[in-house]
Design a protein around this ligand. Structure first.
Ligand SMILES: [Zn+2]
Ligand SMILES: [Zn+2]
Length: 417
């Protein structure tokens, strides 16, 4: 650069208007992009230089445009471990087939906590700043091409997964295990800790008027509970053990109650959560921190063990205990995400009892059924939202969820009222 000059005017400046006060970054962009080496007489190099000038002006105009014309929203991005930053970003515009959603409430899921604390879930690693959050409610404020304008104003729940609809698993109806499935708040797809999102219209589900926005956001974990009971092929005569009474565990308990399960035992170390589980449908509660929780569950089932255990914590000991607590030929449904990328089972009891272990991946077409159960007052998901934070305090909400302080079930981010 030392041998060159900076050209700060060019023929295009007469026809293009600059922002009145270009920011310092815009100024440096002009200087960087309009740099032309001296003594250049090669035509193609001059063309390159002109292209750089055009780029610089486009950048300047865009920069001014962003501040003046394009609507700006607040978005909270995770940049690294426990490093959340609030940014001003352009409001996304709906593509054909999409709706533009003003985000209302977003639950902080345990999986968000994994990204925030560990920067990864198993083999998937955070590689670029990401907006987290996938348990969201909102209002449709605009629609893209091919979407009815009548949808504007609808209060909606968001299905956070966008399956490809083409692979063999989608074609067989197993949308949740599609290998090509963008999911809100999972790299590289930005999530909902921001003021506006765009998403396919068919994945924005109209919610009943009786539901609050916090409740609508809690449909996402509830759908996981309903799906887990479906996948377990649970029967009303079954004895069920639910390990962990966070939002997912409570959702399994309520889905089991709707099914009419004979006995629903909850295993949960936090007193407030045990009490809520009993209120929402559990028939018995044990504390896994007590000296012998396995013996306690055996005693509650006349030493038979439970038909199905739902592991909803991800704790290493929990799957080991589950394999000891289920009956001969029993079933362990694994939902919780472990800190390390391994699950642990008691080999001898799993083998001798010929257990079935089923892993549960999110949910599959169970959000609308969950809505109906709320509308019929058969389940209560409003009580999951124990703590509320504004968008600027996503970090505090994450810390609350990770620490499990204060009897928290779900911290909910109130993005807009
Ligand atoms: Zn979730
Ligand atoms: Zn697919």
């Amino acid at each position: 650069m030392k041998s060159g000059i900076y050209r700060t005017t060019n023929p295009l400046s007469k026809t293009l208007s600059l922002p009145r006060n270009p920011s310092s970054s815009a100024k440096s962009a002009i200087q960087t992009l309009t740099y032309i080496p001296s003594r250049v007489n090669v035509p193609w190099l001059q063309m390159v230089a002109c292209a750089r000038i055009v780029c610089a002006w486009v950048y300047c105009c865009t920069n001014g445009f962003l501040k003046g014309v394009i609507r700006i929203m607040k978005a909270v991005r995770l940049h690294g471990l426990r490093d959340l930053r609030t940014h001003d970003e352009p409001v996304p515009q709906p593509m054909p087939g999409e709706v533009q959603i003003q985000v209302k409430s977003v639950g902080v899921c345990a999986s968000d906590g994994h990204w925030y604390r560990d920067g990864r879930i198993g083999s998937t690693v955070l590689s670029a700043p990401l907006i987290l959050g996938h348990e969201a409610s909102g209002v449709i404020i605009a629609v893209g091409e091919d979407v009815s304008h009548e949808r504007v104003g609808e209060r909606i729940a968001i299905e956070p997964a966008k399956p490809c609809m083409k692979c063999e698993f989608c074609l067989a109806g197993h949308y949740n295990v599609c290998p090509n499935i963008p999911f809100f708040g999972t790299p590289p797809t930005d999530g909902c800790f921001c003021e506006y999102v765009c998403w396919p219209a068919h994945l924005a589900l109209k919610a009943p008027d009786c539901m609050s926005f916090d409740e609508i956001a809690m449909l996402e974990p509830m759908a996981v509970g309903v799906y887990a009971i479906d996948l377990a092929l649970a029967k009303p005569t079954d004895t069920v053990l639910v390990m962990g009474a966070g939002a997912i565990g409570l959702s399994v308990i309520q889905a089991a109650k709707v099914l009419g399960a004979a006995q629903i035992i909850v295993s949960e170390p936090i007193k407030e959560r045990r009490e809520l589980a009993l209120k929402l449908g559990a028939t018995d509660a044990v504390n896994p921190g007590d000296s012998d929780a396995v013996a306690a569950v055996q005693a509650l089932t006349n030493k038979r063990g439970v038909d199905i255990a739902f592991e909803c914590t991800g704790a290493e000991q929990s799957t080991v205990d589950a394999s000891r607590m289920v009956k001969v030929l029993g079933k362990v449904m694994v939902i919780g995400i472990p800190d390390e990328d391994f699950y642990h089972f008691d080999a001898s009891s799993s083998r001798r009892k010929e257990l079935t272990v089923v892993f549960v991946r999110r949910s599959n077409l169970t959000t609308e059924r969950s809505m109906e159960l709320v509308a019929e007052k058969k389940i209560d998901i409003a009580s999951y939202a124990t703590h509320r934070y504004p968008l600027e305090q996503v970090g505090e909400a994450m810390e609350m969820m990770i620490s499990k302080r204060d009897g928290v079930v779900r911290a909910v981010i109130a993005v807009s009222d």
